[in-house]
Design a protein around this ligand. Structure first.
Ligand code: SF4
Length: 334
């Protein structure tokens, strides 16, 4: 008898693309024709929060432009080393809302799982850049602690996968979690917060789509793009494939000085996202996390930008302008 041929290995295209990410600021700047800027990159900022950028995201940056809005989101700067009053380590009150290992329960009916500490890109403005991922990861121990915390609270009807970036986990690992959640009768919705479909669209592969399509709950995928230039043909294809699974697609952006703090940039983002099948959801005021003060836009200016957006776009293309305030029952509208 002829032995059965081994099954072909599933290609791991996205993981290869992720591993090939640029981690050296000099290489990043060299790829953009900005090698002369390399001396200005502070080693201490890189040591405190490493640089990491997928190559396909770099390909969307403008060559030779040190003010490119995508580059600004990932390039370590001197300003990160400044200590600014009011900017701390846990700006959104994650520690006080802990409901289990890697489980954050802030809002009624919803539990957020810090699925992993990994991300495909390290955003310099990240609200969890000081989060203690080593101790607080829901995937640890085969998800059992996190699932037990959700199962024990029948008021939780929606599970939010967050991080880090939950889609940086292998699909097998995500399936392990949803396999356990299927046995929790009060879970009725799944939400996934991920920047991967934007910064590493290769992640949206057949295995991920099959997993999503097979889930027993309505699914919302909340992606994260801050500028229209983050969309390209590969991102469009990834979004179309995600929508093909029946998932609803929303975008949350952060209002960032030097990236999207103009009416034109915000309107372009909302319109470009919609062209890719993604509705605007939130425009967040920056969470006041140490090392990010140079991205902050004042509240008055934020309100003025938002009012101008309301005047320019149809209502369904205008995100809600919000701030997360620790202890509040929901995001606070500005
Ligand atoms: S993808 Fe999200 S969690 Fe990861 S570094 Fe960026 S903002 Fe932070």
């Amino acid at each position: 008898m002829i032995p059965a041929a081994p099954l072909p290995m599933q290609p791991r295209g996205w993981q290869q693309a992720w591993r090939a990410s640029v981690r050296d600021p000099r290489e990043l700047l060299g790829l953009l024709g900005l090698e002369h800027e390399a001396a200005a990159v502070p080693e201490a900022a890189v040591a405190a929060f490493a640089l990491r950028v997928p190559r396909s995201f770099i390909a969307r940056m403008r060559h030779g432009d040190r003010h490119d809005p995508l580059l600004r989101q990932v390039l370590p700067l001197d300003e990160e080393l400044r200590s600014v009053p009011g900017f701390g380590l846990d700006a959104v009150g994650d520690a006080a809302a802990k409901a289990g290992r890697g489980v954050i329960h802030k809002y009624e009916g919803r539990a957020l799982l810090v699925a992993t500490g990994s991300c495909a890109v390290n955003c310099r403005y990240c609200f969890r850049r000081h989060f203690p991922y080593a101790e607080e990861t829901a995937a640890a121990g085969g998800w059992t602690g996190a699932v037990a915390a959700i199962a024990a609270d029948p008021t939780i009807t929606e599970v939010i996968l967050s991080g880090g970036d939950p889609l940086s986990l292998a699909t097998r690992k995500l399936a392990e979690l949803t396999g356990l959640l299927r046995d929790v009768p009060h879970v009725r919705r799944l939400r996934i917060h991920s920047r991967l479909p934007v910064v590493l669209p290769e992640r949206v592969d057949d295995e991920l789509l099959a997993w999503l399509g097979d889930l027993p709950w309505p699914v919302a995928v909340v992606v994260h793009a801050n500028h229209a230039n983050e969309f390209d043909a590969a991102v469009d294809a990834a979004m179309a494939a995600l929508r093909g699974t029946g998932a609803s697609l929303l975008n949350q952006a952060v209002l960032l000085a030097g990236v999207n703090d103009s009416v034109d940039a915000l309107a372009d983002l909302c319109e470009r996202g919609f062209a890719a099948g993604v509705l605007p959801y939130y425009l967040h005021q920056l969470d006041r996390v140490a090392g990010t003060a140079h991205f902050e836009v004042g509240d008055d200016r934020a309100r003025a930008l938002h009012a101008a957006l309301v005047a320019r776009l149809p209502g369904y293309l205008v995100p809600r302008l919000v701030r997360e305030v620790p202890g509040d029952a929901s995001k606070r509208a500005l």
